[in-house]
Design a protein around this ligand. Structure first.
Ligand code: NAD
Length: 483
């Protein structure tokens, strides 16, 4: 494969691009045109068997490779990603519908993650343990699990691929990755670059198939040692049940309903563009999307007006026009989001901008206009459920206690963003947030290297991101010695 084109109707098993055993294919669609742009293999249980067997054969050799050698291969992988940013970004942008610049940014993040774990591979250490007398010696050693299954969704496929695959490989595991059937192209292209960087056959296998087929086969497979799942909370429950069959450890990164909590003393010139970006980036299809705007009553009217004006000015179009926002990823997603748009007004929410009908310069794709609903009530579906579209739900609060109650009044616990110029209040509210991640006066994790991607409540449980992810992909053995 001279460039990074993905071979038709293939998947990557044991270092080779192979067809599904039964020759099955799945179409990959361009969300801006709804046309087929590619076909990939439709993996069934037998293909998953082949991939797991390849990963199992490769596991002892890869685990025996020195950590610095694994790190060197990962560094070559990061360099190749850096050299192919445009092609990778094109795959991801076409596949998901995000603007070219969004795809490009994702690839720089992707490269950075692989680079981080390249450097971390030989930093994984155990500890020596205190003993009762000098006649004993005790220590722990981190060991790879063996074969890790990684299942990811379609929204940020490249980043989610490496956020899991890179620490798993750095720690000495082999991997069977199942990307979403909706957006498999950038994971495939990344795996191809991994192969070129020197990952031996079987160390990273990629099967594409439907969740109920390939996904179920992988999570229920008796020869898997660890499962990482990123996706919806509903599927996360099914994955956990599947993992229970063979008592396989599972790491879950699930949905979110993240709030931007804006106090009256916030710097609105900084907060408002960030709030808008938090719900329109990737057309609102991010797990950490700022889908709830909780704003102090005294500034509510002006904040809603400014946010709505900014949302209305968002330019929407296909990926190659590189505007602000693309379409939603699929017909199913389109119908789901439009369901919320239709229901919210009758439930009592006030439409401020956007809503039905979708207003887009291009009407061939699954476009939804950036939408703001004010006067949302906590028991409305719009306030409780993940929409996964550019739809913002606004609620007002009076005082810190009410802000905290609203912030935590969700089943999810992924991210909370706090906007205030009062440092003590920011830290107190951060301490009270029932969320795995908190951002103060910014949206998400900008500026922090290796920010742990932690989750609470129904957003899952994981210690992804940064050095903790390396630990997540190792099991610790304790050794006691009588001297
Ligand atoms: P999804 O749960 O429908 O699918 C995710 C993956 O699971 C896909 O690869 C799918 O094929 C597979 N799958 C589906 N059913 C399965 C089953 N029964 N067994 C095993 N695998 C199965 O999610 P989606 O619609 O692709 O993605 C959107 C969701 O992902 C949102 O809820 C979003 O919040 C979440 N997400 C979470 C994070 C995070 O880090 N917390 C990051 C990105 C996306």
């Amino acid at each position: 494969m001279a460039d990074l084109d993905i071979p038709t109707a293939r998947q990557l098993i044991d270092g080779a691009w192979t067809a599904a055993a039964d020759g099955g294919e799945l179409p990959v669609l361009d969300p801006a045109t709804r046309e087929t742009i590619q076909s990939v293999a439709r993996a069934r249980a037998v293909d998953v068997d082949h991939a797991v067997a390849a990963a199992r054969r490769a596991a002892p050799g890869w685990a025996a490779t020195s950590p610095s050698e694994r790190g060197a291969i990962l560094r070559r992988w990061a360099d190749l990603i850096g050299a192919h940013v445009e092609q990778l970004a094109e795959h991801e942008s076409r596949d998901v519908g995000k603007p070219r610049s969004g795809g490009r940014l994702n690839m720089y993040i992707t490269q950075g993650i692989v680079d981080y774990f390249a450097g971390a591979a030989d930093k994984l250490t155990g500890v020596t343990l205190p003993t009762r007398t000098p006649d004993y010696f005790g220590y722990t050693r981190p060991e790879p699990y063996g074969v890790c299954a990684v299942i990811i969704p379609w929204n940020v496929p490249a980043v989610l691929t490496v956020a899991n695959v890179a620490p798993a490989l750095a720690a000495g595991n082999t991997v069977v990755l199942k990307p979403s059937e909706i957006a498999p192209l950038s994971p495939f292209a990344l795996a191809e670059l991994g192969r070129r960087a020197g990952l031996p056959p079987g160390v990273l296998n990629v099967v594409t198939g439907l969740g109920p087929e390939a996904g179920v086969a992988l999570t229920g497979h008796p020869d898997i040692d660890h499962i990482s799942f990123v996706g919806s909370t509903v599927t996360g429950r099914a994955v956990m049940r599947a993992a229970a069959q063979h008592l396989v450890p599972v790491k879950l990164e699930l949905g979110g309903k993240s709030p931007n909590v804006v106090f009256a003393d916030a710097d609105l010139d900084v907060a408002i563009p960030a709030i808008i970006a938090s719900i329109t980036e990737n057309a609102g299809q991010n797990c950490y999307a700022g889908s709830r705007l909780l704003v102090e009553e005294s500034i509510r009217a002006q904040v809603v007006e400014r946010v709505a004006a900014g949302m209305a000015a968002i330019r929407t179009g296909p990926w190659d026009q590189d505007l602000d926002m693309g379409p939603l990823v699929s017909q199913a997603q389109y119908e789901r989001v439009r369901g919320f748009l239709a229901e919210a007004p009758s439930a009592g929410a006030r439409l401020v901008t956007g809503g039905e009908p979708a207003t887009a310069a291009f009407d061939d794709g699954w476009y939804v206009a950036p939408t703001v609903f004010d006067q949302v009530d906590s028991d409305m579906r719009l306030a409780r459920e993940e929409v996964f579209g550019p739809v913002l739900a606004v609620q007002g609060f009076r005082g810190v206690d009410e802000a905290v109650a609203l912030m935590n009044g969700t089943d999810f616990g992924l991210l909370a963003c706090i906007w205030t110029s009062d440092v003590s209040r920011a830290l107190r509210v951060a301490g009270q947030a029932r969320a795995g991640q908190v951002a103060v006066n910014q949206f998400h994790d900008a500026g922090v290297i290796g920010f742990p991607f932690n989750m609470q409540k129904e957003s899952g449980f994981s210690r992804g991101g940064g050095y903790a992810a390396l630990r997540e992909y190792t099991q610790e053995k304790a050794v006691a010695v009588r001297l």
